[in-house]
Design a protein around this ligand. Structure first.
Ligand code: SF4
Length: 234
C-alpha cells in the first residue's frame, strides 16, 4: 500500500474508535473533515441514527432471559489492534460449544449486534462500512474473551437494519479482518500527517451531512482552498 508507517511501536499508535472505521469506509474524506478538521454537521440521517443508538446504547439496560444474557452498551477494547468502542448489544447464549466466560461461570456463544437506521443495499448482505465495523467489534471480543481466532464460529456478528426491522448475518470475517488492519494503517497515516483525504462527487454524497462543507463538485482544489479561506475570515 502507498502509505507511510509513522509508528515505531504499538505504544506510539493512537487508539482508533471503532465507529470511525465505519465513517472512514463510508467516505475517507468525510472522516477526515470530522476528525482532522473538526467539522460537524447533522442532517436527518445523523439525527435519526443518534436517536436509534440512544435507545440501544443504554448501559443499565442489561437483561437475562433463561440461558440468554443481553448486555447493552458494552465497552470494547483491543490492545493488539489499538481499537476502542462500544457495542450496541452483545448477547451471551449458554452453549456447550461456546467460550468459557469466568464471570458467567459457563460456556457461551457470543453475538454482537450493531443497530443501523437504514437498510442493506443488497438483500441479505451487510453494507461494507457496517461489515467493517462489526469485524472490528468481533476482533475486540476475541481478544477480551480469549477466543481462538481460528474458530470464529463462537462469536457471531449481525447488523439490525431498522428500515427492514431484521438482523443480517455477518460473513467473510477473515477477509474483513485484513481490511480492518489495512484501514487502521491508512487512518493512522492520515492522522499522523494531519492530511484530509480527497473526495470526488459520488452516490454517497446525497446522504452526507458534510456536503456543504466538502463541496465535492468543486474539482479545482485551489478554488476550494480560496473558498475555505474566505469562509474562515467571515
Ligand atoms: S460530500 Fe461526498 S465526497 Fe464529500 S465528504 Fe461527503 S460523501 Fe465524501
Amino acid at each position: 500500500m502507498g502509505y507511510k508507517k509513522n509508528y515505531e511501536s504499538r505504544e506510539d499508535m493512537p487508539d482508533v474508535q471503532i465507529n470511525l472505521l465505519q465513517h472512514f469506509a463510508f467516505c475517507p474524506r468525510q472522516w477526515g473533515l470530522m476528525e482532522i478538521e473538526g467539522s460537524w454537521s447533522e442532517n436527518a440521517h445523523v439525527v435519526s441514527g443518534n436517536i436509534l443508538h440512544k435507545k440501544v446504547d443504554n448501559p443499565f439496560n442489561n437483561e437475562s432471559r433463561g440461558d440468554l444474557k443481553i448486555s447493552r452498551g458494552l465497552s470494547l477494547h483491543s490492545e493488539k489492534y489499538g481499537l476502542v468502542g462500544i457495542a450496541d448489544c452483545v448477547e451471551f447464549e449458554k452453549s456447550d460449544i461456546g467460550i468459557f466466560i469466568p464471570r458467567l461461570k459457563g460456556k457461551y456463544i457470543i453475538r454482537v449486534i450493531e443497530y443501523k437506521n437504514g437498510r442493506p443495499h443488497e438483500a441479505g448482505k451487510i453494507n461494507f462500512p457496517d461489515a467493517l465495523q462489526v469485524a472490528a467489534q468481533i476482533m475486540c471480543l476475541e481478544e477480551m474473551f480469549g477466543a481462538d481466532t481460528d474458530c470464529p464460529l463462537f462469536i457471531e456478528g449481525y447488523v439490525f437494519y431498522n428500515k427492514i426491522k431484521r438482523r443480517v448475518a455477518h460473513k467473510d470475517l477473515a477477509e474483513l479482518k485484513l481490511k480492518v488492519v489495512e484501514t487502521l494503517a491508512l487512518m493512522r497515516h492520515y492522522m499522523s500527517t494531519q492530511t484530509i483525504p480527497e473526495g470526488e462527487k459520488n452516490i454517497r454524497c446525497k446522504a452526507c451531512s458534510l456536503v456543504d462543507i466538502c463541496l465535492p463538485k468543486i474539482k479545482d482544489k485551489d478554488l476550494f482552498m480560496r473558498i475555505k479561506k474566505r469562509e474562515n475570515r467571515n
